[in-house]
Ligand binder design. Structure first.
Ligand SMILES: NC(=O)c1ccc[n+]([C@@H]2O[C@H](COP(=O)([O-])OP(=O)(O)OC[C@H]3O[C@@H](n4cnc5c(N)ncnc54)[C@H](O)[C@@H]3O)[C@@H](O)[C@H]2O)c1
Length: 261
């Protein structure tokens, strides 16, 4: 069921920077043509220019279903098809649970979770009709493990993306469409630029993972798609943590909170 990236047309959201940009490059290096989209149109154009004739750019806010429909139209007009959709745009709100306002929750849910939902509404009908393709949803290790206690909207949406992706795999795989869920640990990108901070910062608690460069993560994503892997992790330590968490959630949480004053 693995897709032939050499002949594929990919759409990547939030591809003007960081992981999305790196994935767009990694897909293009394997022969794919890429619709590079970002909230900031200028960023998308820069990345599309880097890809040369394999790239085309669109400004696209994933909170707008019309923007996503326009991206699909552009992909069909320019490259004739869509095979791979990477739902990657994501934002963060950081602070104690009691200080993050409802509006910040709404923003993070609207971008991180409903952005994926809107993309499914726009792109899945075409993928289902052709009976082939692949969807990559960018979640986070914070969507698998409980360490993101100081960024609850992020943690909640990333958990939702993991669950949504796993369930989607059950639905789409028998219909010829692959699903991957990228769960990066730390990656050096521009994500800090768009963090909204509230209240007093809290000291970190839980596992600390090594920070990768975005290019390495782009390679892991492209290889994961080619191998039709569901879970794409960027830190092997995350797999160990997941095993420990899965074996006994109570014991895992006790370990993480044992130093609580
Ligand atoms: N950097 C990390 O350590 C890390 C770890 C785990 C998961 N992630 C996830 O990876 C994804 C990409 O993040 P990154 O680290 O590359 O960050 P980044 O800020 O470098 O890139 C994100 C891009 O998304 C764009 N964007 C923001 N809001 C958007 C919207 N509404 N519509 C379309 N585009 C929008 C931004 O303009 C930016 O270019 C996010 O979903 C993030 O949660 C990142």
């Amino acid at each position: 069921m693995s897709i032939d990236l050499h002949h594929a047309v990919a759409v990547v959201t939030g591809a003007g920077s960081g992981i999305g940009r790196a994935a767009a490059h990694a897909f293009a290096r394997r022969g794919a043509r890429v619709v590079v989209t970002d909230l900031i149109g200028e960023r998308a154009r820069t990345v599309a220019d880097e890809l040369g004739p394999r790239g085309v750019a669109a400004a696209c806010d994933v909170t707008s279903v019309d923007d996503l429909r326009a991206v699909r139209g552009l992909a069909l007009d320019h490259f004739g098809r869509v095979d791979l959709v990477m739902n990657n745009a994501g934002v963060l709100a950081v602070g104690p649970a009691e200080d993050i306002p409802l509006e910040a929750w709404q923003r993070v849910v609207d971008v991180n979770l409903l952005g994926v939902v809107r993309s499914n509404l726009v792109f899945l009908p075409g993928l289902l009709e052709q009976g082939s393709g692949h969807v990559v949803n960018t979640a986070s290790t914070a969507g698998l493990l409980p360490y993101g206690f100081d960024r609850l909207p992020y943690t909640a949406t990333k958990h939702a993306i993991v669950g949504l992706s796993e369930a989607l795999a059950l639905y789409l795989r028998p219909r010829g469409i692959g699903v991957s869920c990228l769960c990066p640990a730390g990656v050096a990108t521009n994500i800090v630029e768009q963090i909204a901070f509230y209240g007093k910062p809290a000291p970190p608690r839980g596992p600390a993972f090594p920070v990768l460069d975005a290019e390495s993560v782009g390679e892991l994503v492209a290889d994961g798609v080619l191998r039709d892997r569901f879970l794409i992790l960027t830190a092997p330590q995350a797999a160990d943590e997941l095993r420990e968490h899965g074996a006994d959630i109570d014991a895992y949480l006790s370990r993480l909170t044992k130093d609580t004053p």
